[in-house]
Design a protein around this ligand. Sequence first.
Ligand SMILES: [Zn+2]
Length: 234
Amino acid sequence: MDQLHLLWEYQKADVEVDKLEAAIKRSPVRQKLVKYRDYYAEQQNTMKRIESEVSAMQDRLEALKDAIKMTDEQLHNLHAKLESDPPKSSEEVQQFMNDAKRFQNNLTAYEQEIKRIRKDAGDRERLQHDVRVRAAKAKSEFDKLKLSYDDEKKEKDQELEALKAAAAEKAKPIEPSFMERYRDIKKHSVPPLAALYGDQCGGCNMSLPSSVSRKVKAGELVECETCGRLLIIV
Ligand SMILES: [Zn+2]
């Protein structure tokens, strides 16, 4: 058998390897696993986001408590001043009233913001709980499925190893330059070898000049001018 026909035999085994590898990737169980894994990761990201939001809220609450304390002091000082040094004119009374009102308004705004943050924090806690439950559920589904997938995978891996061994056996008598050419063509056209039927390429079905089949018959290495596959007469 010449190198080209040995390569043709190798290709048959190589196609089987590729087919099984693709089937393993397409396995519905595997795809479900990937879905659970992605979903779990998504829940964990949500959890992290919520945690950082809650921590920002806690920082803001601390800042608001400080602001309230400061405003309380300002109000207290204002009252102390009112007693020790009562306003002497209507302008001073007005000034006092304005300051008191401003401080009071600030206090009200701070308290409202605290209330709002506490409510938001409560919402987030509930959300966090839901996310945690969803994540745990996805994880447990994943673990369960993983067990049966591992069995399936072990079986398929053994099958794949056998096919690879068969392909390796067929690759043995093939010269490295032929194998290299095969791999190069495989990067753009799979499978890399195509049978010539009359003047037609069996890979892409294009009609080729009759000179092509003459050259192939004469033992020349010819690639299809359309798909780039190495042509063979079988
Ligand atoms: Zn072609």
